[in-house]
Design a protein around this ligand. Structure first.
Ligand code: NAD
Length: 371
């Protein structure tokens, strides 16, 4: 039995990040387990959870961000930003999204500080699924079509195409690169709007599953260079939804491909958090979500689910909190020893990168977890 933990929940400081790492209902659970929870004032405001609700659930509230970072375990949503690096330290367990392959400076900061960092996005469930990534992917996939439909409208800089068309007028063409969770949910929304939908993937198994799921309402294609080029010529909206776990996203659309596309077409690169699957992708925020390169609008918001912060927070904490309670109750080493899927979540420990794919992507040696 280990000592109860002191848990900190800082307010997110990323631009337009409205989610929070723990809700008052999560606090109730941690407190019932005997832990202490310190929440930064206004941390839950953007998702509709007041300081008073946290206090009623048994948390303490502080205006000092540093105090929340000084606790044994820090629960967040997004990766620490440079302003937060000074808070990283040894004997600190950080539980949050990290996407280290896209942010080598953060990997360095975590290693130098000696922080133990578990990345939500590499925690695996019993069948190897990315259990803490998929609810956010489902939301981002659905939003990609909602946002895509908006930015195809003329007043938003688009080519003035209605995805569903109308009788006698062609439907909009939606091309989805990667038919995993984001891609499937994007396809669901696009099909629901009446668009003409094509999904490209490298996995024959995934393509077969998609055929089964959509029953002929979407076109599935192998993600070959030829198929991609043909699709880009007629695309109104391209959704980038590929993932190579732990690694930077492959650049499937190169700058010269933009010349194949129709002027005013739109790319929503959801994979931007892993560096993006489009060469011209640059991360954007909800404040200024789009930019144009060679006549093609790019929407590259790295924290899309924050736009629907209440839904997203509830979906996120429902998958992360059971792990958080095990980490707090058993301690890091016992909790990961009992669950190999949670061990896959550990990205940095004792000054080294422990996750093999993340180490490969960063070009650093993988540090095996000491016995
Ligand atoms: N921007 C955001 O706010 C946000 C939110 C959630 C998820 N994401 C990101 O979206 C991306 C997709 O996530 P997911 O949960 O759908 O992943 P997933 O693992 O469920 O699906 C990824 C799919 O990409 C396919 N793929 C891999 N390489 C490919 C290639 N070269 N060509 C075509 N397909 C390829 C895989 O076969 C798989 O089907 C990830 O980078 C994830 O981090 C971003």
């Amino acid at each position: 039995m280990i000592d109860p933990m002191r848990i900190g929940v800082p307010r997110e400081i990323k631009a337009q990040e409205f989610r929070v790492g723990a809700t008052p209902a999560c606090v109730t659970g941690y407190v019932a387990d005997g832990h202490e929870v310190l929440v930064e004032s206004a941390a839950g405001e953007g998702a509709g959870f007041s300081d008073a609700a946290y206090v009623a659930a048994g948390a303490h509230v502080t205006k000092d961000a540093g105090e929340t970072w000084a606790q044994d375990m820090v629960i967040k949503v997004k990766e620490p930003l440079p302003a937060e690096y000074p808070y990283l330290r040894q004997d600190q367990l950080l539980f949050t999204y990290l996407h280290l392959a896209a942010v080598p400076a953060l990997a360095d900061a975590l290693m130098q500080a000696g922080t133990s960092a578990i990345a939500y996005e590499t925690v695996e469930g019993q069948s190897g699924e990315f259990v803490c990534l998929s609810p956010m992917s489902a939301i981002a996939g659905r939003l990609s079509i909602q946002q895509g439909a908006k930015y195809l409208e003329r007043p938003f800089g688009g080519r003035g195409v209605l995805l569903g068309g109308v009788p006698g007028v062609p439907r909009g063409h939606v091309i989805i690169l990667g038919g995993g969770v984001v891609g499937t949910q994007a396809a669901r929304m696009a099909v629901g709007l009446g668009a003409d939908v094509t999904i490209l993937d490298v996995s024959p198994r995934r393509l077969a599953d998609l055929e089964e799921l959509f029953g002929g309402r979407v076109q599935t294609l192998f993600a070959t260079a030829d198929n991609l080029a043909t699709c880009l010529c007629r695309a109104d909206l391209v959704v980038g939804a590929v993932l190579v776990p732990g690694a930077a996203a492959p650049k499937l659309i190169r700058r010269e491909h933009l010349g194949l596309m129709q002027s005013g077409a739109l790319i929503v690169d959801v994979a931007v958090d892993q560096g993006g699957c489009v060469e011209t992708t640059q991360p954007t925020s909800h404040v200024e979500p789009v930019f144009t390169v060679d006549g093609i609008q790019h929407y590259c918001v790295a924290n899309m689910p924050s736009a629907v912060a209440r839904t997203a927070t509830q979906a996120l904490v429902s998958v992360t909190t059971p792990y958080g309670r095990r980490l707090a109750g058993q301690g890091l080493l016992a909790a990961i020893a009992a669950d190999p899927g949670l061990e896959r979540g550990l990205n940095v420990h004792a000054g080294g990168v422990t996750h093999p794919a993340v180490a490969r992507a960063l070009g650093v040696p993988q540090r095996p977890l000491a016995a």
